[in-house]
Design a protein around this ligand. Structure first.
Ligand SMILES: Cc1ncc(C[n+]2csc(CCOP(=O)(O)OP(=O)(O)O)c2C)c(N)n1
Ligand SMILES: [Mg+2]
Length: 340
């Protein structure tokens, strides 16, 4: 188990700010790559939710595990992923985390304890719970955080694994990112009752926290991680947050399901990066100029990584059936020109 630095000094706060700004810069570039038709497929932007991923992942050590979602870039970056490898993966390049074969929704980074994003809503819940069972059986003391959205609480798997995790006291934290929407539907139109009460029904201690407040998220998670290591888990956290973009990058006309005013209000009043920046300046930890310089440096770093990824090589044709688990029999004839 790698040590997690205590949240006690300026460096820790500045690292959290930097991580959130890096996620925002990553997403701004990913969105641009899509709009300029340079990125294959589509992607789901994490902008607006940065304090959730960063507050939680900053409470974890490098050997602790996470599982992620279709909206997973923020989780990957917060757990230590590198700009260049991330952009390479989005663009299908050989240097990407999955050699360009996973794309936006399947990025795994085992070296940093990221067991993978998952395009199946709720699909990572079984993986996270299994990882926690493995840690317990091996006596490793590692904790697993399972990220998922409010929409995933409609999946039966969640209730199966929470039952097991509670019975077996597994070191897992279920982190529900409640951004108010599941695709184009408001959560309150489809989710009955309280989300935390569902976890409590299994005897799981559940908390609700402001997901736009990185310090509140980090403080709560640091405490729960320490307790999970001592065998007091599992735990459940519901984090209230908001996605600034549409469900995915192509969802640009959103007024039929939410107002422009609602989006503007969240951006103006509850932006996690702006608000944390204000706190840092108020506390004398950084000046506005320091933060502006950091933002500019991160933007340059992101742009350089995009340029690098655009120029990088695709995987060679010969390895089309390497590192994948299906589709090989279908792909071969097309590549060789033998398909009817
Ligand atoms: C099992 C399954 N059902 C449906 C979908 C289609 N789908 C993709 S994202 C999504 C909504 C997920 O909402 P939520 O869990 O709240 O996550 P958010 O997109 O808000 O981050 C749906 C229904 C899917 N990918 N997997
Ligand atoms: Mg949602």
């Amino acid at each position: 188990m790698a040590k997690k630095p205590a949240q006690t000094n300026a460096d820790d706060y500045l690292r959290m700010y930097r991580q959130m700004a890096k996620i925002r810069a990553f997403e701004d570039n990913a969105n641009r790559l899509y709009l300029e038709a340079k990125m294959p497929g589509l992607t789901h932007m994490y902008s607006g939710e940065e304090a959730v991923a960063v507050g939680i992942c900053e409470a974890l050590g490098s050997t602790d595990k996470i599982t992620s979602t279709h909206r997973g870039h923020g989780h990957c970056m917060a757990k230590g992923a590198d700009f260049k490898q991330m952009f390479c993966e989005l663009l299908g390049k050989a240097e990407g985390y999955c050699r360009g074969k996973g794309g936006s929704m399947h990025i795994a980074d085992q070296d940093n304890g990221n067991l993978g994003a998952n395009a199946i809503v709720g699909g990572s819940m079984g993986i996270a719970t299994g990882a926690a069972l493995s840690a317990k059986l091996r006596g490793s003391k590692d904790v697993t955080v399972c990220f998922f959205g409010d929409g995933a609480t409609a999946q039966g798997l969640m209730y199966e694994v929470m039952n097991m995790a509670a019975l077996w006291k597994l070191p897992v934290i279920y982190a529900c990112e409640n951004n108010g929407y599941s695709e184009y539907t408001r959560t309150d139109e489809i989710a009955a009752g309280s989300i935390t009460a569902r976890a409590e029904a299994f005897g799981i201690e559940a908390h609700k926290v402001d997901g736009q407040d990185v310090l509140a998220v980090n403080k709560l998670t640091t405490d729960l991680v320490a307790r999970a290591r001592k065998g007091e888990g599992p735990f459940f956290i519901e984090l209230e947050t908001y996605r600034y973009h549409g469900h995915h990058v192509g969802d640009i006309n959103r007024e039929y399901y939410r107002t422009k005013k609602e989006e503007a209000d969240w951006k103006k009043n509850r932006d996690p990066i702006t608000n944390f920046g204000k706190w840092l300046t108020k506390e004398g930890i950084a000046s506005a100029d320091d933060l502006a310089a950091m933002d500019a440096e991160i933007k340059d770093e992101a742009k350089a990584a995009v340029d690098y990824a655009l120029a990088a090589d695709y995987p060679p044709e010969e390895e089309v059936d390497a590192h994948v688990f299906s589709g090989v029999a279908h792909a071969r004839p097309y590549l060789s020109g033998d398909a009817a």
